[in-house]
Design a protein around this ligand. Structure first.
Ligand code: DHB
Ligand code: FE
Length: 280
């Protein structure tokens, strides 16, 4: 049987990918950020997940205002790094897991989540930067990936509660997959940041810290945070944090916090990272 062995959350700031691709990891600016991921890199080498269900958002790279699905699952054999304007990142092609992806699609749709099926999906920094943070710069990614893309770019994004419920449905789907797989669920994006308008550069460390605390101690409260509270407290792009609730909803009731890192700033963004172990 497939099982969910861990949940991982991390911001996906494009400048982090650029710093890695340009050998700037050891600079005064970047070192404190990357140091906070060293623990996870060791840990994940020992954990050896077979598949990551990677919840992220596309930033108008694959989708555009022409087509805006709320929840999409990537069912392809491979996913190419997207060209975000400066050419694709020099990172490996992402290998999918079509059998698990199609099982997720079937299970979720019959579970009344109307998922969009993507048989071609170029993946942008939302997906590749977390892979780089966790695995460094290998010749091939050491894990297969089922991308779950969430619309948090064009209003209205899904509610936090809907994301939580999708996480619970993903858990049911994984646990009903017959193959013996070690599956992790990742949530990406956040934390507080605003890239536009008069409040550009907004960072709210007390809000971010409370969010991290409540992921462990009081996740039910996070389900009820309304969009306006994210907008006011975490900035216009802070809404990406609803994707962390898909990861958290997939883990079950009580989790153990294995590792946490919080760093300000990376570009204009507060970077958060947490590793959670679900009950066995
Ligand atoms: C930036 C872009 C993002 O998608 C994000 O989540 C954080 C920061 C940026 O362009 O700096
Ligand atoms: Fe983003």
């Amino acid at each position: 049987m497939a099982r969910i062995t861990a949940g991982v959350a991390a911001s996906h700031v494009p400048a982090i990918g650029a710093a890695m691709d340009r050998d700037q990891v050891g600079t005064d600016y970047w070192k404190p950020l990357f140091d906070g991921f060293a623990w996870t890199r060791d840990w994940i080498t020992q954990e050896r997940p077979d598949v990551v269900i990677l919840v992220y958002n596309d930033h108008a790279s694959e989708f555009s205002l022409d087509l805006i699905p709320t929840f999409t699952i990537g069912c392809a054999e491979t996913f190419a790094p997207a060209d975000e304007g400066f050419g694709p990142r020099p990172v490996p092609v992402v290998e999918g897991h079509p059998e698990l992806a199609w099982h997720l699609v079937q299970s979720l749709i019959l579970d009344e989540f109307d998922i969009t099926i993507a048989n071609k999906l170029d993946v942008d920094h939302g997906l590749t930067v977390p892979l780089s943070l966790m695995f460094g710069a290998p010749a091939a990614w050491p894990v297969r990936v089922v991308p779950v893309a969430v619309n948090v770019v064009q209003y209205p994004p899904p509610t936090g509660n809907r994301c939580w419920l999708l996480g619970e449905a993903i858990r049911r789907a994984v646990l009903s997959f017959g193959e013996d797989l070690n599956v992790q669920v990742w949530g990406t994006g956040g934390m507080s940041h605003q890239l536009q308008g008069p409040r550009a550069g907004l960072i709210n460390t007390p809000f971010d810290t409370a969010f991290l605390d409540r992921l462990v101690a009081d996740p039910q409260a996070l389900r009820r945070i309304p969009h306006l509270e994210y907008l006011r407290e975490a900035g216009s792009e802070g809404i990406e944090m609803v994707m962390w609730l898909i990861m958290r909803g997939a883990l079950g009731a009580d989790v153990e916090e294995l590792h946490r890192h919080y760093h300000v700033p990376a570009s204009n963004t507060a970077v958060g990272h947490i590793v959670l172990r679900p009950p066995v």
